[in-house]
Write a protein that binds this ligand. Structure first.
Ligand SMILES: [Zn+2]
Length: 174
């Protein structure tokens, strides 16, 4: 089931999300619904606060090279109670967007490599070392769990350029 999204200006997007104590059937269903919602919105990641649940859960797909050499997407993955254990000091600039901030993109500088730990839907704790845009997606989604949006991490001169559009989104949805 596709879930309604929260948009920029909604205070729930600014709340620190709570850890998940137990992977219940409701959590499993929620994760599946979030994957559907992410795919319908052409996103590559979606966090629970974006659909109004203040819990530490996000879903994503990795960018991967397909057999024919084209860039495609991996199977969806689920991250419960994720924790970024370490990150490189080397930063990369790239463009980000967010399903909760439609019609806007912005350049953000982030570490190019991270080590992340999380629990999957079967309850297994796993760690991954990820780099490039796939690391960026995890940091972006993890930020959502702490009430942080990518626009908070933009350089002031870039942020300034999108302020008017941000005000429009706030007005449109609230
Ligand atoms: Zn986002």
């Amino acid at each position: 089931m596709r879930l309604p999204l929260l948009y920029y200006g909604n205070p729930l997007l600014r709340k620190k999300a709570e850890p998940i104590e137990e992977i219940t059937p409701e959590i499993r269903q929620l994760a599946l619904d979030m994957i559907e919602t992410m795919d319908v919105g052409n996103g590559i990641g979606l966090s629970a606060p974006q659909i109004g649940k203040s819990i530490r859960l996000f879903v994503l797909r990795n960018y991967i090279y397909l057999e024919d050499g084209r860039l495609g997407f991996s199977e969806p993955r689920v991250y419960i109670n994720p924790k970024i254990l370490s990150h490189s000091t080397h930063l990369l600039k790239d463009t980000e967007g967010c399903l909760s901030i439609p019609g806007i993109n912005g350049e953000v500088e982030r570490p190019d490599k991270i080590l992340i730990e999380a629990t999957d839907l079967e309850g297994n704790r796993f760690t991954e070392e990820v780099e490039g845009y796939n690391a960026r997606v995890r940091m972006h989604e993890n930020d959502h769990l702490n009430g942080v949006l990518y626009i908070d991490r933009m350089k002031p001169h870039n942020r300034h350029k999108i302020e008017a559009k941000l005000r429009e989104i706030k007005k449109k949805y609230h």
